[in-house]
Design a protein around this ligand. Structure first.
Ligand code: SF4
Ligand code: SF4
Length: 345
């Protein structure tokens, strides 16, 4: 099947996978399979960051993102942020567990001294310790909440990112639970962003396991019912059906600016990738450096279809849940307040 080809119009957003796939925790849904000791991608040097920044600035860069792995594992992250904040608004995607009082002091000082904004996104996957740590690992809940408190006390209001792992029926209670938990932890005006779960990285492995289990269950059911000649039971639905891939027809009249590959690039130690979502896909590597990277890409992955459905899913466009000061009153959770996104720290 032929899929649509997208051209880079301009580099508005530059992403640095600054610590590669090294992370101090291993979340069950990690989209790029990061974790302790995972070195599929390595650390970027500060010289590389400086060089790519210069290239991007020369063509009108508008925003910069630092991701990983866990960015705060990089010993020169703060130095890199200073470089970055000289050029454009900057965001760090983090799990928050390494943000000490001293790091929070440095970030606050940096934020006060720059004309550009510094956004810290802290990931959380449950509003109770039990729920969160089942996904992100033991002890992560308390450390992430500590980070939100430390930052907010210093005037940085972190954006708490949450991957959706609950049903529609649980939506209101879950979101109210997050607001309540954050306020109780000392973050009085919590900002929350909901991210869809994507079939990528470790989440893909989990999805495949679910499919394999469905295959096995249906096969056994089919065996039991072989006399009933019900062929449809022997064909479980794929988690990723072919028809979910993008076609040129689907993009007729679609605003391509909503796809980050039209205006963003990811820099890794192994080259430049079309976007952070496809960092595990070899075909998404476009070249060694920004200045020599290929400007076109064929949208042939399931993640591309998610982008098509969700719009600007990785950018810094974010809905805020700003509930009333009284934590017992329900905040405004109307759909208009949300815009989904994908990447988490
Ligand atoms: S995953 Fe999304 S951002 Fe990446 S190439 Fe596909 S459409 Fe573009
Ligand atoms: S989701 Fe973020 S914090 Fe969790 S393992 Fe992946 S990179 Fe680390």
């Amino acid at each position: 099947m032929k899929h649509p080809i997208i051209a880079l119009k301009h580099i508005d957003n530059l992403w640095f996978q600054v610590t590669g796939t090294l992370c101090n925790i291993a979340c069950a849904h990690c989209f790029n399979g990061s974790g302790p000791g995972v070195k599929t991608f390595g650390f970027l040097t500060i010289d590389r960051v400086r060089d790519e920044l210069e290239t991007a600035i020369s063509v009108g860069l508008k925003a910069i993102f630092f991701t990983g792995g866990e960015p705060f594992l990089h010993p020169q992250l703060l130095e890199m942020l200073r470089l970055s904040l000289d050029a454009a608004p900057t965001t760090v995607l983090t799990n928050g567990t390494l943000i000490t009082d001293r790091t929070a002091d440095e970030l606050a000082k940096m934020e006060r001294g720059t004309r550009y904004s510094l956004e810290i996104r802290v990931s959380l996957d449950g509003y109770t310790e039990e729920r969160n740590d089942a996904i992100r690992g033991r002890g992560v809940f308390c450390r992430a909440l500590d980070a939100t408190r430390r930052l907010s006390q210093r005037g940085i209001l972190p954006l708490v990112t949450v991957v959706r792992t609950w049903s529609e029926e649980e939506e209101l209670t879950t979101l109210a639970g997050f607001v309540r938990t954050l306020r109780q932890a000392g973050y009085s005006k919590p900002r929350i962003k909901i991210l869809p779960s994507l079939p990528l990285g470790r989440e893909l492995t989990r999805a495949q396991a679910r499919v394999a289990s469905a295959h096995s269950a249906v096969a056994s059911l089919a065996r039991e019912q072989e006399n009933q000649q019900d062929a449809s039971l022997a064909r479980p639905a794929d988690a990723i059906p072919d028809e979910s891939l993008l076609t040129e027809e689907m993009l007729v009249g679609f605003d391509l600016d909503l796809l980050m590959c039209s205006n963003s690039r990811l820099v890794t130690d192994r080259g430049v990738w079309v976007c952070p979502l496809l960092v595990e896909m070899p075909d998404a590597r476009l070249g060694d450096r920004l200045r020599t990277a290929v400007p076109h890409y064929e949208l042939r992955h399931v993640a591309c279809t998610s982008c098509y459905h969700y719009g600007t899913i990785c950018g810094n466009v974010s809905a805020q849940i700003e509930g009333p000061a009284d934590a017992t009153t329900a905040p405004d959770f109307s759909p208009a307040r949300f815009k989904p996104s994908v990447l988490s720290g």
